[in-house]
Design a protein around this ligand. Structure first.
Ligand code: BG6
Length: 300
């Protein structure tokens, strides 16, 4: 969809731009919220409802905006596998959807004033090299007082295929020590920090070191309670059996090189709506699977 094809009613809400390395962006402003999306990766970089005085998403102050590199912060899309590729360690962790171009295929305004955009992942030589069977990946992003994202995978092949996936969302928090994640009590998890050891979560999640867990077989909403910002972010999901919670802590953040100033990692936490490990989804020919999430902010 080119800029000139967009419905004239929605044109004032969208601003298109390109940076010096050729990456393209859409900035959205409606009466409910502002947001910015990079077309590379279909990557929602920012979202802030007008009712809030703080951004909801965290974006690193030294995120790199480079062709073929994922942006640190916002909502990277992990697809068609989560974490390491199941059989080929040479392939990029978390799949290729976050580093190849997407295109805008539809845009409209909902009755409540929210902006709805539909993006589709483009086929490139790289995507064909890494995933040989035919597929369609489309994402509907609804930007308003809440942020809703549907990621739809359609199997165009004549055989079933398996997809691992996640909205790898970075949330802005006051400080990691002020944060509790609720909703994962009693869930089984695989702990990457301790050689994928499996345990059951007993309480709310709190943080005092590197944290990297895939919670399995859980369809529950999660809440990020932040006593410093006096807010709670609610994560409601469907089509998802896993939730991943990740924070790198100081040493790993330093090694990563794009996590911002030395203590900037303390102001983020990732709570990822996913289908990971044995929760990866088998999709039959001509069927579509949809992973959905909706984020909302409540005052504490
Ligand atoms: C999390 C993983 O989802 O993503 C972590 O569980 C990983 O193990 C983190 O370190 C960041 O991944 P990346 O590829 O964006 O640096």
């Amino acid at each position: 969809m080119s800029e000139s094809n967009i419905d004239f009613m929605i044109q004032p809400q969208l601003k298109f731009s390109q940076d010096e390395s050729g990456l393209e962006y859409i900035e959205i402003e409606n009466r409910l919220a502002t947001a910015k999306i990079a077309l590379q990766g279909g990557h929602v970089m920012t979202w802030q409802p007008k009712s809030q005085d703080q951004p909801v998403l965290w974006l690193s102050s030294n995120a790199r905006f480079i062709k073929g590199r994922s942006i640190r912060g916002g909502i990277p899309i992990c697809w068609p596998w989560f974490g390491a590729h199941p059989t080929d360690s040479a392939l990029c962790p978390h799949g290729f959807a976050r580093v190849i171009p997407w295109q805008l295929v539809d845009a409209d305004t909902l009755k409540n004033g929210a902006t709805r955009l539909v993006l589709q992942m483009m086929e490139t030589a790289e995507s064909r090299r890494q995933l040989s069977y035919p597929h369609l990946l489309a994402m509907t992003i609804t930007i308003g007082e809440t942020l809703k994202i549907d990621l739809a995978t359609t199997n165009k092949a004549s055989h079933p295929f398996v997809v691992g996936e996640a909205f790898h969302t970075y949330f802005k928090v006051s400080d990691i020590s002020n944060v509790h994640v609720k909703g994962l009590e009693d869930a089984l998890y695989s702990d990457k920090v301790f050689a994928y050891e499996r345990r059951v979560e007993k309480n709310d999640v709190r943080f005092n070191g590197e944290f990297d867990r895939v919670y399995l077989n859980t369809t529950a909403d999660c809440m990020i309670e932040d006593t410093g910002l006096h807010r709670q972010i609610r994560i409601s999901k469907s089509g998802s059996q896993s939730t991943v919670v990740w924070t790198p802590w100081a040493d790993k953040a330093e090694q990563m090189g794009d996590m911002g100033a030395p203590d900037e990692w303390r102001t983020m936490v990732c709570v990822e709506t996913a289908n990971a490990l044995e929760n990866a989804v088998v999709i039959s020919p001509n069927r579509t699977h949809v992973l959905s999430v909706e984020y909302s902010v409540e005052t504490l």
